[in-house]
Write a protein that binds this ligand. Structure first.
Ligand code: UDP
Length: 333
């Protein structure tokens, strides 16, 4: 029988790419999403149940009405800057919402959980490449909300037998090769879409947040990973949980850091010589670490995972193909 997967947040950027990959690999999928950020059309041809993780009754009904073999959880608030000014939102949605989901799973006897964590749990790194056991010192409530759930999952593994895999994404970027779905948030806070929107003249240029960091050109350095490579690691997590009880964590990135200015230059190369990408340097953004680059060797070795699209220009090209003719993004234009 096909495995049945609940995808919470399946109408969002990462979730909608995950749904595509699950369908391509013959899984049965149900999406649960409050559509606060997501777009119903990005889900495609699978059941979409509109609901919130803070609605415990709706969650109980969801699990009473379906049988699931595993749950993927992508339904979170993700803007670092906003989390600093509105931490209540972040703790309520990301922590309380996830606890509600785990409670509903326990009642229904569902014991497999794949969780979107983040490189933001590490804070400013003490090593060039960040491995799983690097000390955790998040700089913002977003990162703290994710770290709290990692700790919850460790405890739930011991106490309740919940099997889990947490993926700490470094910087998700790019779009589906079909060009159907891509990255769009409202407001858009992420670097790659903002660069492309500036190139298209759809925003008043790009603002780079700070050029006085202790990095090679003064701008922050991040590790960009293609969205479909994130999704392929999640697929492998299912088999991994079958063989490995307990709670597991993996860092997911390409192991190459690019500064914000280097991303801008790479985008200019992808887009072509004739298109200017206007930018200005602004103040630092609260909660930003200077450098975040992954050591993903654990995921490569334990999951047999490898990124299929590791090159920054290839990643940006898929994003550009979608941004030029956006169809369904979480906020399709
Ligand atoms: N950034 C920027 N201008 C923007 C959006 C992002 O300079 O319009 C910077 C941001 O300060 C950080 C990097 O780009 O240094 C990546 O930020 P993003 O929000 O894309 O991802 P994060 O690393 O916060 O998850």
């Amino acid at each position: 029988m096909k495995a049945r997967i609940l995808v919470c947040g399946g109408a969002g950027y990462i979730g909608s790419h995950m749904v595509r990959q699950l369908l391509a690999n013959d899984y049965d999928v149900v999406v649960y999403d409050n559509l606060s950020q997501g777009n119903a059309e990005a889900v495609g041809d699978v059941p979409l149940i509109r609901g919130d993780l803070l609605d415990r009754e709706a969650l109980a009904a969801l699990f009473a009405g379906h049988e699931f073999d595993a749950v993927y959880h992508f339904a979170a608030l993700i803007a670092v800057g906003e989390s600093v000014t509105a931490p209540d939102l972040y703790y309520r949605n990301n922590v309380t919402g996830t606890l509600n989901l785990l409670d509903a799973m326990r009642v229904a006897g569902v014991d497999r959980f794949v969780f979107s964590s983040t490189a933001a749990i590490f804070g400013n790194p003490q090593t060039e490449l960040i491995s799983e056991d690097h000390p955790k010192a998040p700089l913002n409530p977003y990162g703290r909300s994710k770290l709290m759930i990692e700790q919850v999952l460790e405890d739930y593994g011991h106490a309740f037998g919940i099997r889990s895999v947490c993926f700490r994404y470094f910087n998700a970027a790019g779009a589906h090769p079909s060009g159907d779905i891509g990255e769009a948030h409202d407001p858009e806070t992420h670097l790659v879409p903002n660069v492309l929107l500036a190139a298209l003249g759809e925003r008043d240029g790009l603002e780079i947040f700070g050029d006085d960091y202790d990095t090679r050109d003064g701008t922050c350095i991040r590790d960009y990973i293609h969205i479909d490579d994130i999704a392929s690691a999640h697929l492998k997590a299912l088999g991994y949980m079958d063989a490995h009880p307990g709670a597991h964590v993996f860092n997911l990135g390409n192991g190459n850091g690019f500064s914000n200015k280097e991303v801008l230059d790479a985008a200019a190369r992808v887009i072509g010589k004739n298109r200017e990408i206007p930018y200005r340097i602004g103040p630092r953004r609260a909660g930003d670490a200077a450098v975040l680059v992954a050591d993903s060797s654990h995921a490569r070795e334990a999951l047999g995972w490898a990124p299929a699209t590791p090159d920054i220009e290839d990643i940006i090209e898929t994003a550009w193909n979608w941004h030029r003719a956006p169809k369904y993004g979480p906020f399709a234009k």
